[in-house]
Design a protein around this ligand. Structure first.
Ligand SMILES: *Cc1c(COP(=O)(O)O)cnc(C)c1O
Length: 425
């Protein structure tokens, strides 16, 4: 088989930048990306035949590890019946029931094919329900690549947002208000400044796309309170945290009931899925019940539903989340010990089985503080680990994920590699 470098050269001839998602080109760490051809349990195999322990897990979905036999069997069985009906099928009802069973806030759901679409739909629903235009989002929270979410804060005082990507119209960006994560005062200011105009506040309850930044004590309850007070909706983007930190996600752990929830990643078990759901009267604005349009050729796709059902089924077994947590604690504590032994300042955040690594003596609370950590240490860490068969995200400030397939010995090998790498930093 050709090498990864050869594949990448070839890829650049036919794929824009050689990739189908920008983070995959390794610009954040330098060097040519690896090409993989197989995954099994906690491992990935590059086209060179080298084995890697995988802490990316396809960016979150693979909580059972690669090629879990129950998922593979369910997908094969579904495929033999049809890859797509474009019509109603039992599996979509069954998956909706499974999700509702553990997310009581999601009284009605709709399946889509990505987290991006789930968020797009949630925001359209929120605007349709409230009759208002503005949405508040937090700096550093990622909600997929729809226009209105690729927005950064205007400079200076609190203003409407600016495009954070080429191709996003300023008029679209200006319907989003961007405030720092964990900054309740700025949220209150936004509600004062744009009184009666805010449809929703959208948040990753634990911000998992700038490393992993925990919410400060009281921040999420404050968001619940202020949105309710002003007749705006609270949207929890649990695309990462849903079924990751407990079956019922961050909302269950925090004891907060959002109006709308976005899911993705794990609920598709590695196939393309997203879901949006929430309070019945809110979701009832969606077509065909109400005036807010949304549709999808492959929504509720039987392969994705089968994969999701098999994954959620495996997660219902006794002790699963405890085991995930144990492995994640072993990794988090081990990395901290290894770094501190080598005199490298490292802080590690952890929520269930997702981790954030920051080269800093203490955890950042928002994007500004994340950028203030020593991100330059990440590329040598990444490459040192990669040389030792350990695959972390090929970009600083991304979360690390462990799966049920990562046993104690697997993590022990990773920690042995980390001890060498931290010493060399
Ligand atoms: C991954 C992610 C999304 C986007 O999901 P896609 O399936 O990549 O479109 C949205 N929100 C959060 C929190 C995510 O982590």
């Amino acid at each position: 088989m050709a090498t990864s470098a050869e594949w990448f050269t070839r890829a650049k001839e036919s794929l824009a930048g050689g990739v189908n998602s920008p983070v995959r080109c390794w610009r954040g760490v330098g060097g040519d990306p690896l090409f993989f051809f197989r995954g099994e349990g906690p491992y990935l195999y590059s086209v060179e035949g080298k084995r890697y322990t995988d802490y990316v897990g396809s960016w979150g979905p693979l909580i059972l590890g690669h090629g879990h036999p129950e998922v593979v069997e369910a997908v094969c069985r579904a495929a033999s019946d049809s890859t797509s009906f474009g019509a109603c099928c039992p599996a979509e009802v069954e998956l909706a029931e499974e999700v509702k069973g553990v997310f009581p806030s999601m009284e009605l759901l709709r399946f889509v094919s990505s987290g991006t679409e789930a968020v797009m739909t949630a925001l359209r629903v929120a605007r349709g329900f409230t009759g208002r235009d503005l949405v508040v989002k937090f700096e550093g929270c990622y909600h997929g690549h729809s226009d209105s979410m690729l927005v950064n804060a205007g400079s200076g005082a609190l203003t409407l947002g600016n495009p954070d990507s080429g191709g996003v119209p300023a008029s679209v960006a200006s319907a989003t208000v961007v405030v720092p994560f964990n900054d309740g005062e700025k949220v209150a200011e936004a509600f004062r400044l744009f009184s009666g105009r805010i449809a929703a506040v959208i948040v990753e309850p634990w911000a998992g796309n700038m490393g992993l930044v925990p919410p400060c004590e009281g921040f999420l309850p404050f968001l619940r309170e202020i949105t309710e007070k002003h007749g705006a909706l609270l949207v929890f983007d649990e695309v990462i945290t849903g079924f990751r930190v407990s079956e019922g996600g961050a909302q269950q752990r925090a004891g907060i009931v959002p109006d709308l929830t976005c899911l993705g990643k794990i609920i598709g078990g590695g196939l393309p899925v997203g879901a949006v759901g929430g309070r019945r009267e809110v979701m009832e604005v969606l077509a065909p019940l109400g005036p807010v349009y949304q549709a999808g050729t492959l929504s509720g796709n039987p392969l994705a539903m089968a994969s999701g059902l098999a994954t959620l089924g495996a997660l219902k077994r006794e002790g699963v989340y405890e085991r995930l947590e144990e492995t994640a604690v072993q990794l988090a504590d081990g990395l901290k010990d290894a770094a501190s032994h080598a005199g490298v300042p490292l802080s590690v955040s952890r929520f269930g089985s997702v981790l954030g690594l920051f080269f800093a003596p203490r955890l950042p609370r928002n994007l500004g503080e994340v950028k203030g950590t020593d991100g330059a240490k990440y590329p040598p860490f990444f490459h040192g680990m990669e040389e030792r068969g350990q695959y972390f995200a090929p970009s600083p400030f991304e979360a690390a994920f462990v799966s049920l397939a990562h046993g104690r010995e697997v993590v022990e090998e990773t920690l042995a590699a980390a001890r060498e790498v931290f010493t060399s930093l």
